[in-house]
Design a protein around this ligand. Sequence first.
Ligand code: SF4
Length: 314
Amino acid sequence: MSAPKLKILLASPRGFCAGVTRAVQIVSTALKKFGTPVYVRHEIVHNKYVVQTLADQGAVFVNELDEVPDGAVVIFSAHGVPVSVIEEANRRRLTTIDATCPLVEKVHREARKNLENGRKTLLIGHKGHPEVIGTMGQIPADEIKLVSSVADIDTIPAEWADKLGYVTQTTLSLDETAELLQALKSSFPAIVKPNQNDICYATTNRQRAVKAIAGQCDLLMVIGAPNSSNSKRLVEVAKDAGCPRSVLVQRAADINLNDLSEVKTLGITAGASAPEILVKEVIGTLSEHFDITLSEHTETEEKVSFPLPASLRE
Ligand code: SF4
């Protein structure tokens, strides 16, 4: 019996963004420069395959600095860290390398600028995400407040009304954030916005590419980790853009073939921390069960790259 036909529509851009590429390069370059072990505080990016590959090369992933021995080299993840973590590392005279994405650093600078200008900061984001913890930790706790939903607007102190600025997590849904911002602006017309949109180019481009194909797909598969904010947003964006079903899979072994029984056209994308090798793995596995035809929709070309920190460029 011949294999059932399956049309695969690949969204582009997908997968690694410039911040993730840089963070992964930072760990592998540090391993070459300093030898093993090099410690990494938190998953360098939210992807188990990437973390395991670097662990196999000698990186040691830890949750907190107290797991890092004196005199060791420690790398901070792409999501950024609170100032208190940097201070603690300096106090302990650890050799630190900061893999915080430059676009997350931009958000940190905006929060500090609000403080310098006498404004309180609202951070639009998801509680508990490392990027949110890092941004909240840039300025004193009574100067910044997390807003995750329209309902949270009611909890903003009334006396903050005339001295407010906002920043956002870089990996939010463009549409959902637009709704929340609209509500914020009508409650606080004088609120100061960031110079440039904080939702980064990679989040924007991956969401737009998914939107462009969602209506043509019976199912959209996002390759990414369950703790990856931008991957989870891609699942939501696909549904909101008219795809009847969308699922998150970490890699080929997670594919449930029953999910595909009625599917004629399958969309595939990958979150900003998922490497292309996992996309290839998924397509390879699908081709063992289906007679596939593959086409790619390119929404835009990306040419962004970030240099390594000066200490690793020598
Ligand atoms: S998703 Fe955006 S902010 Fe996050 S690491 Fe990638 S480029 Fe940087």
